[in-house]
Each structure stands twice: as C-alpha cells, then as structure tokens.
Ligand binder design. Structure first.
Ligand code: MG
Ligand code: ZN
Length: 220
C-alpha cells in the first residue's frame, strides 16, 4: 500500500512539473534547480553568479527554505526578482510549490530562473520541479564520501560543482578521487571546481551557464 501511495504522489508531481516546464519553455527561460546539503554554499554561488552575469543575463530566483527568508533577503540585496517558498518543515521542494510561486513571479524579461532547493542530500533528487536541469553542489568541507553515499543527487544532475576549493589545504578532500567517484556515477556530468568566496574557477561555470541560456533561447 505504502509503495503505491509514493508512486501516486510522484506521478502527480510529474504532471505538475510538466506544466511548469511548458510555461517556462514558452518564455524561453532556462530554469535550473540547485541542490546540496545545508551549508555547501548554494546562496553564495548564486550571489556571485548574479554579480558575474549581471550585464548579460537577467536572473530571477526562487528560494526554498524550511523556515526563514534569510537567503531570499541576501538575493534581494542583489536587486534581482526573488520569491521565497517556506516548506514549513518539508525537506524538499515539489512541483506544486513551484507552480504556486510561478503564478506570482514576474517571468517576463528574465533569461534564467534559478531555484535554490532546500539543503538536503536525499529527496530533492527525486522531485522534478519542471526545471531544465539540476545542478549539484558539493563543498570540499563535506568530505570525499558524499558522491558514493548519495549517488542519486549526482546521477540526476547535469552539472556538478565542487565548491570551497580555497579551503582544500585545510581538508583531507581528494579532488582526483571525488572526480573519479562522480564520473563513476554520472559520466556525462559537467564538472566544475570553484570557490564562491574567492571567485576562483567562476569564469568556466559562468561561461557554461551563459551558453545554456543561449541554447534555450535558440529553440524558441
Ligand atoms: Mg542557501
Ligand atoms: Zn524531502
């Protein structure tokens, strides 16, 4: 019985996700869903990405959080449109929450919509929100074991970013091993290594993202 219930919930989610995807694609709006554990630097990544692309890409943000609007306030300080979803304890975003947020969001004139998921290494990977693709963020302070322990997060992502590389000298993190583990799970994932704090490695990430925004517009 329980298994059937889960299947039905996911089916209902997928139908809503398709509606979201249709709406966003009609607008030529690239939508990415950023996932990570708490404290990996999703909001910091976003802040620096907004700064780096400010003159070229118009970005809007949906912030998912269990409680508070701390992250949304940080994004608002960057003067880009942002909407906050509080899941009231829920540990992931779902397509229904995104649909409700989209109904109130000024989508026209945007090039890129970024959804910051709730910090969690398990269920965000199982929920399609209607995004074009997922991005997984792993910070070097979390340790090398995470890709193999939480493979679905890496499997479902089109890009995997290793963050906080400025802290590499202070950790046991092995970059070669991490890349090998990630590739063993998802050979096609686009890999980036960067520091959202210092900006090291940001050019490659921003150039790649900008190219994806252009791809999306090209199929309009
Ligand atoms: Mg955050
Ligand atoms: Zn969850």
């Amino acid at each position: 019985m329980e298994l059937k219930l889960v299947t039905n919930v996911l089916k209902a989610n997928d139908a809503l996700a398709e509606q979201n995807r249709h709406l966003l694609s009609q607008k030529g709006l690239l939508t990415i869903n950023i996932m990570s554990s708490p404290g990996s630097g999703k909001t910091s990544l976003l802040e620096r990405t907004i700064d780096a692309l400010r003159d070229e890409v118009r970005i809007g943000v949906i912030e998912g959080d269990i409680a508070t609007s701390k992250d949304a306030l940080r994004i608002r300080a960057k003067e880009v449109p942002v909407i906050q979803i509080n899941t009231s304890g829920g540990c992931h975003l779902d397509a229904n929450m995104i649909q409700q947020a989209l109904a109130e969001f000024p989508l026209d004139g945007l090039d890129l919509l970024v959804i910051e998921n709730v910090g969690n290494l398990v269920c965000p990977a199982g929920f399609d929100l209607g995004e074009d693709f997922k991005v997984m963020l792993l910070s070097v302070t979390e340790g090398n074991d995470k890709p193999l322990k939480y493979p679905r997060m890496f499997l479902e992502s089109r890009a995997v970013i290793i963050n906080k590389i400025d802290l590499l000298p202070y950790t046991e993190f092995d970059m070669t091993l991490a890349e090998r583990d990630i590739r063993s799970i998802n050979p096609k994932a686009q890999l980036f290594a960067l520091s959202a704090r210092t900006g090291e490695g940001f050019e490659k990430w921003c150039a790649w993202l900008k190219a994806r925004v252009a791809d999306k517009k090209a199929v309009l």
